[in-house]
Design a protein around this ligand. Structure first.
Ligand code: MLT
Length: 409
């Protein structure tokens, strides 16, 4: 008899964004003709910038010529892209990261989902609550969660992030081996300061814990005092892996390109106390399970770092941040308490009149034809909150803002 991986049976419900899509499709099917505005999943609406398109066209032509055609690329990404990343995302900020510490991939989602494979199945995992569901679900699949009781898994350490603690995760009271941090945060839209991050780096080094740091939204930071990378904090290279993405920075949600940084100084022990570099293990994992990102896509990603690419992508991000400002202002006008949206593309609001997150989802859909994401879908501490993304077009965001501002909740 073939037995199933029972860890999968521990997963709660369906994947959050699949459930939002399912309910939205059902609503649209029974309300033909109504214009539903999607501020749900954080998918970009602006096209790839001209610098990226040009680079991809050129790479396409190369692939059509025998002399310049390329087959399998390096598992860890082409040197040209790893160099551009090291130079622009790190050295330009005074951080020394080697090209061989950068691994190009098809998405930060895949990287954060896969990285946990390098750790023992008995590792204790700490997560912000609310949290991007992929961190939790992949650890449930790997058998690290224990069983779920009243919406929380027994072996997961939850770090509540609510208005009361300004959405900042506090250090765990019990031992954790792996900690997922996301800043600027999805879903709360708030960002950690250097002092807050330093507390985590010091704690991780002291407790031999590893921080899996998701900074997929760093390009949205406009406050000059906020850290873009965990490696701005001294000591982070011995305790942290960083995940970044071109998805939200340069509109690559459909094109797929991201990277993670695994410093060579980051080592973890086996049961005998011998140390192993995560960098070498990650390369071993990627070369076994992954065949790299297409050459054409990596040339497109490289073009993000050209002067034109930097200017063009910054304009797009500024546009999304303007959408967030428009939504925040409409929400506050309508009497909502809303957070985030200043250094992140997500606005996080308190539901009115104590409504549950899903009841508010239904209300927004039925009364305003606006789709958002229920906060409870990101974890128990997200109950009573709701997330809106700034990634729609300026026109539809304005329309949504007008609907919100004129509605009496
Ligand atoms: C989100 O809406 O949270 C993101 O788009 C999901 C993702 O990046 O996978």
């Amino acid at each position: 008899m073939t037995l199933i991986n029972e860890n999968y049976l521990n997963l709660q419900g369906s994947y959050l964004f699949a459930e939002v899509a399912r309910r939205t499709a059902a609503y649209k099917a029974s309300h033909a003709g109504q214009e539903v505005i999607s501020l749900g999943i954080g998918d970009v609406s602006r096209p790839l910038v001209p610098a990226v398109v040009e680079a991809m066209k050129k790479a396409c032509d190369e692939m059509g010529q025998a002399e310049t055609f390329r087959g399998y690329g390096p598992y860890e990404g082409y040197d040209f892209l790893r160099k551009a990343i090291a130079e622009h995302d790190y050295r330009a900020r005074g951080i020394e990261i080697g090209e061989d510490e950068i691994f190009v991939s098809d998405g930060a989602k895949s990287d954060v989902a896969n990285f946990q494979e390098l750790f023992s199945s008995s590792a204790r995992v700490a997560l912000q609550d609310p949290v991007y569901p992929v961190y939790l679900d992949t650890n449930v699949m790997a058998g690290r969660s224990g069983t779920c009781k009243e919406g929380q898994f027994e072996r997961i350490i939850y770090l509540p992030c609510t208005a009361e603690n300004h959405f900042a995760p506090q250090l765990p009271k019990e031992h954790a081996d792996l900690v997922y941090l996301c800043s600027p945060n999805n879903p709360t839209g708030t960002a950690m300061s250097k002092a807050q991050l330093k507390k985590w780096v010091d704690w991780a080094n002291e407790h031999k814990a590893v921080i899996l740091y998701d900074s997929a939204y760093e390009a949205f930071i406009r406050d000059e005092n906020l850290p873009h990378s965990i490696y701005e904090i001294p000591g982070a290279q011995t305790c942290a892996v960083e995940f970044r993405s071109f998805s939200k920075t340069a509109g690559f949600t459909g094109t797929r390109c991201a990277y993670c940084v695994v410093p060579k100084a980051l080592k973890i022990e086996d049961e005998t106390g011998s140390e192993h570099a995560l960098n070498a293990l990650w390369l071993r994992r990627q070369s076994t399970k992954f065949n790299g990102v297409p050459y054409i896509v990596q040339r497109g990603a490289e073009a993000v770092f050209t002067p034109q690419g930097l200017t063009q992508t910054r304009q797009i991000i500024d546009g999304y941040l303007e959408n967030a400002r428009v939504m925040l202002s409409a929400l506050r006008q309508a009497g909502f308490t809303a957070y985030g949206g200043e250094n992140a593309p997500y606005v996080w609001l308190k539901t009115p009149k104590g409504l549950s997150s899903w009841d508010f989802f239904d209300l927004m859909l039925e009364k305003l034809q606006i789709v958002g994401t229920p906060g409870s879908g990101f974890g128990r501490a997200g109950e009573g909150y709701f997330r809106l993304t700034a990634f729609n077009t300026p026109q539809l965001t304005q329309q949504a803002a007008q609907r919100i501002a004129s509605f009496s909740f």
